[in-house]
Design a protein around this ligand. Structure first.
Ligand SMILES: Nc1nc2c(ncn2[C@@H]2O[C@H](COP(=O)(O)OP(=O)(O)OP(=O)(O)O)[C@@H](O)[C@H]2O)c(=O)[nH]1
Ligand SMILES: *[C@@H]1O[C@H](CO)[C@@H](O)[C@H](O)[C@H]1NC(C)=O
Ligand SMILES: *[C@@H]1O[C@H](CO)[C@@H](O)[C@H](O)[C@H]1NC(C)=O
Ligand SMILES: [Mg+2]
Length: 435
């Protein structure tokens, strides 16, 4: 039986291959004088005819677009005289925190730069996934701003990682190794108890439930990344993870926006946390509130976190794989006391507390709710959720390429509506169509 299924699969595969070859070879008109572009043009045309009937463009428009795309591919070789001239002109980066000269691919934005950096925690094996993220952040924003990019790792970064990421970024790149004290089991953790939890979570198929490294990662992002010696040199950060997407131009400097509007923390997506990973997190938070009432800000965002005035947690959190935030706030006594209290209760290892609920609860209790910002205009994807700006004009102005139907904000599993309600903000125009 299995044999004949495989036989059938071969036939289907061969048939599909034949169709593809037919489309590639049946395109007729050539791009004059560009032999090496011929196949690319043909491929584009082939795709055009494959898509005929599903899209709105005519076959003629397809082939015109294909020729334009092909001619756009005629980039001068990297080591041409023109490229060399550009390189020698821009002998200093517009970023005052950057010392490495780079060939700039865009016109630098006017105005001063903030004391800010991108920050990425990654393994060497993440190099190609983080490369995709960097390319998008550079294309949509940073090629005009040239902010630094700090990479942190519990191991040494290898040459490939450094070469590839340095080539992709327009600002200075810096590579930090994480101190083993910040990435490992603290001595007050009972190893046996922690191991049993991992085995149990493995049985219950809780995502990353059996992982030690994932727990170190969550604890590091919760309590230490902002205290890395390299990060001490900055006031603001923008966190970027591997394999994210940015769908719209970022038309202004988010760091400047944060500073000018007295914001300390920001988000683009919010959702409910997986309860099994944090059963006693709120108990620990309540312990902290009792022990440190001086850190709880009167105009806080408790309403976002709890539906009963703080008795229970509703599991809402800002998704921390995207963050633009203030590092001095994370280094404040209030935040560090908060982290230390949670850390001592052991839930990073006896459960699987994520840095997203930890950052979110801290922002919700230690900040004035007016200090938390929702960036509607930063369009973002991290598997499996998309934030596509609500409002057609915004999407057109910012050259967005996300499908508004994919926007998660007004879905029942998102907490973003609560943020609007808490701040008594009107829901953005067009939100009903995205529910
Ligand atoms: N250096 C290092 N970085 C890690 C490790 N585990 C995770 N990271 C990084 O920490 C961040 C979060 O890890 P992810 O694996 O993306 O976790 P997640 O976003 O919850 O889950 P995904 O859906 O898999 O993306 C990413 O930037 C990873 O590259 C690790 O063991 N070492
Ligand atoms: C940037 O911010 C850090 C942390 O607040 C500070 O120590 C440093 O002096 C600042 N650098 C500049 C150039 O202002
Ligand atoms: C919180 O922020 C608002 C708006 O900036 C301000 O009016 C209010 O006084 C602040 N509350 C506290 C307790 O600082
Ligand atoms: Mg991730």
């Amino acid at each position: 039986m299995a044999g004949s299924t495989r036989y059938l699969r071969y036939i289907v595969f061969a048939f599909v291959a034949l169709i593809v070859i037919f489309f590639i070879s049946s395109s007729s008109s050539a791009v004059p004088g560009a032999d090496h572009l011929q196949s690319a043009t043909d491929l584009l045309k082939g795709q055009g005819s494959l898509w005929k009937g599903t899209g709105s463009t005519s076959p003629a428009a397809d082939s015109a677009a294909a020729e334009k795309a092909a001619s756009d591919l005629k980039i001068p070789p990297a080591h041409s005289e023109a490229a060399a001239a550009t390189a020698s002109q821009s002998n200093s980066s517009p970023n005052p925190y950057s010392s490495t000269p780079k060939v700039l691919s865009g016109k630098p934005a006017s105005g001063a730069r903030m004391n800010a950096t991108f920050v990425t925690l990654a393994r060497n094996s993440d190099v190609w996934e983080i490369s995709r993220s960097i390319r998008q952040v550079e294309d949509r924003f940073n090629h005009n701003y040239n902010y630094d990019w700090v990479f942190l790792n519990d191991a040494e970064f290898d040459d490939t990682f450094k070469k590839v990421t340095t080539a992709l970024t327009s600002g200075r790149t810096r590579y930090g190794k994480i101190d083993s004290e910040h990435w490992g089991f603290p001595d007050f953790i009972d190893q046996d108890k922690a191991r049993k939890v991992r085995e149990d979570m493995h049985e219950r198929k809780i995502i990353y439930g059996d992982s030690i490294s994932y727990r170190h990662m969550c604890r590091y992002e919760s309590g230490f990344f902002f205290r890395h010696p390299i990060m001490l040199e900055y006031e603001w950060y923008w966190r970027v993870e591997p394999s994210i997407e940015l769908f719209c131009d970022v038309a202004y400097d988010p760091f400047v926006f944060m500073a000018e509007n007295k914001k300390k923390y920001s988000f683009v997506l919010s959702l409910y946390e997986y309860v099994e990973t944090i059963p006693t997190l709120w108990d620990s938070v309540k312990g902290f509130m009792k022990q440190h009432p001086e850190h709880i800000v009167p105009d806080n965002a408790m309403e976002f976190l709890s539906d009963d005035g703080g008795n229970t947690y509703n599991h809402c959190h800002f998704w921390s794989n995207f963050e633009v935030g203030n590092l001095d706030w994370l280094r404040s006594k209030a935040y560090v006391d908060f982290f230390d209290h949670l850390d001592k209760d052991g839930g990073f290892f006896y459960e699987r507390w994520g840095d997203a609920p930890v950052h979110s609860i801290a922002a919700g209790l230690l900040l004035n709710k007016s200090e938390i910002h929702f960036f509607n205009d930063i369009a973002y994807y991290h598997v499996p959720f998309t934030h596509c700006p609500t409002g057609e004009q915004t999407r057109l102005d910012l050259k967005c390429h996300c499908n508004p139907k994919d926007n998660f904000d007004w879905n029942g599993y998102s907490c973003t509506k609560r943020y609007f309600e808490m701040n008594k903000l009107p829901l953005p125009e067009g939100y009903e169509k995205e529910q």
